[in-house]
Design a protein around this ligand. Structure first.
Ligand code: NAP
Length: 255
C-alpha cells in the first residue's frame, strides 16, 4: 500500500488512555457519522476507506470537527489491503478497542430472484459477509490487546428472517442479493459470538434503520446521524453488555 504511512492522515500515536476505533466504509454515509460520534467521545478513530481522495477528505472534515481521526486505506474485499489496514492501526495505536464493520453494498439492481444476475449476489456476499470475516480476523489480534474489545456489525432488518416472514410484514423490497447477504452476516455474527464467548470480546449486529445515503439513492427517511446511533451505542457497551445479539435504535431486533 503506497499511502499507509501518509503523514497527513496518520499524525501522532494514540496514547494508552484513549480508546481507538476502526470504522470500515467511514468516508461517507452512516460510517462517517459513526466515526464522528465515536470521535466526539474523545476516541481516536481510524477512517477505513478504499478511495484515497474520499478518505483524506473525510479525515480532514473529522479533524476540523475536533476528532482525532486517522486514515486507514482499506478495501474489505482485498486480503493485502486488509492486512495493510491492520498494520496501520498497529503502528498508530498498538491495539484496537472497537471495530465497526460498516462497509456495505447492495449489489445493484434489479434483484428479483428468478431473473437476477448472480454476480450481484456474489458481490453482495463478498463485501457484506466475507469482507466482514476478512477484516474481523485481521484485526482480532489487535482487539485482543484491548481491555474491553467490541465488534459491531452493521446489518439490516431486511436480513431478519423473522421480520421478513412475519405475516403482513413489509420489510424492504424483494432483493435476493442484499437481504440474504445481511441474513448471512447475522448468522456469521452468531457464530463469532459462540466462539468468542467468555473471551471479553463482545460482538453484536445493528440495524441503522432506513437512512438517506448513496446506498438507496437518498430515499431513506432517517439521517446518517440517526443511522449511526445504534452502532455507537453497541460500541460503548460495558463488559457485562450484550453479546451475539441484534439491535436497532429502539431495542432488540429478532434474528
Ligand atoms: P453508503 O453511503 O453507500 O456507504 C457505504 C460505505 O461502504 C462507503 O464508505 C463505501 O466506500 C464503503 N464500501 C463499499 N464497499 C467497500 C469495500 N469493498 N471496501 C471498503 N469500503 C467499502 O451506504 P450507507 O447507507 O452509509 O451504508 C453503511 C452500512 O449500513 C452498510 O453496511 C449498509 O448495508 C447498512 N445499512 C444501510 C441502510 C440504509 O438505509 N442506508 C439500512 C440498513 C443497513 P466508497 O465510497 O468507496 O464506495
Amino acid at each position: 500500500m503506497s499511502d499507509t504511512t501518509n503523514e497527513t492522515t496518520n499524525g501522532t500515536a494514540v496514547g494508552p488512555d484513549r480508546k481507538v476505533a476502526l470504522v470500515t466504509g467511514a468516508n461517507k454515509g452512516i460510517g462517517y457519522e459513526i466515526a464522528a460520534g465515536l470521535g466526539a467521545l474523545g476516541w481516536a478513530v481510524g477512517v477505513g476507506a478504499r478511495d484515497e481522495a474520499r478518505r483524506e477528505a473525510a479525515v480532514e472534515k473529522l479533524r476540523a470537527a475536533g476528532v482525532d481521526a486517522f486514515g486507514v486505506p482499506l478495501d474489505v474485499t482485498d486480503d493485502a489491503s486488509v492486512a495493510g489496514a491492520a498494520r496501520v492501526v498497529e503502528e498508530r495505536a498498538g491495539r484496537l478497542d472497537v471495530l465497526v464493520n460498516n462497509a456495505g453494498i447492495t449489489g445493484g439492481g434489479p434483484q428479483d430472484p428468478t431473473t437476477v444476475d448472480v454476480d450481484r449476489v456474489r458481490a453482495a456476499v463478498e463485501t457484506n459477509v466475507i469482507g466482514v470475516i476478512r477484516v474481523t480476523n485481521a484485526l482480532l489480534p489487535l482487539l485482543r490487546r484491548s481491555a474491553s474489545p467490541r465488534i459491531v456489525n452493521v446489518s439490516s432488518s431486511v436480513g431478519s428472517l423473522t421480520l421478513q416472514t412475519k405475516p403482513g410484514a413489509q420489510v424492504g423490497p424483494v432483493a435476493v442479493a442484499y437481504s440474504p447477504s445481511k441474513t448471512f452476516l447475522n448468522a456469521v455474527t452468531v457464530q463469532y459470538a459462540k466462539e468468542l464467548a467468555g473471551t471479553g470480546v463482545l460482538i453484536n449486529a445493528v440495524c441503522p434503520g432506513y437512512v438517506a445515503t448513496d446506498l438507496n439513492a437518498f430515499q431513506g427517511v432517517r439521517t446518517p446521524e440517526q443511522g449511526a446511533i445504534a452502532a455507537i451505542r453497541l460500541s460503548t457497551i460495558p463488559d457485562d453488555g450484550p453479546h451475539g445479539r441484534f439491535f436497532d435504535e429502539d431495542g432488540e431486533v429478532p434474528w
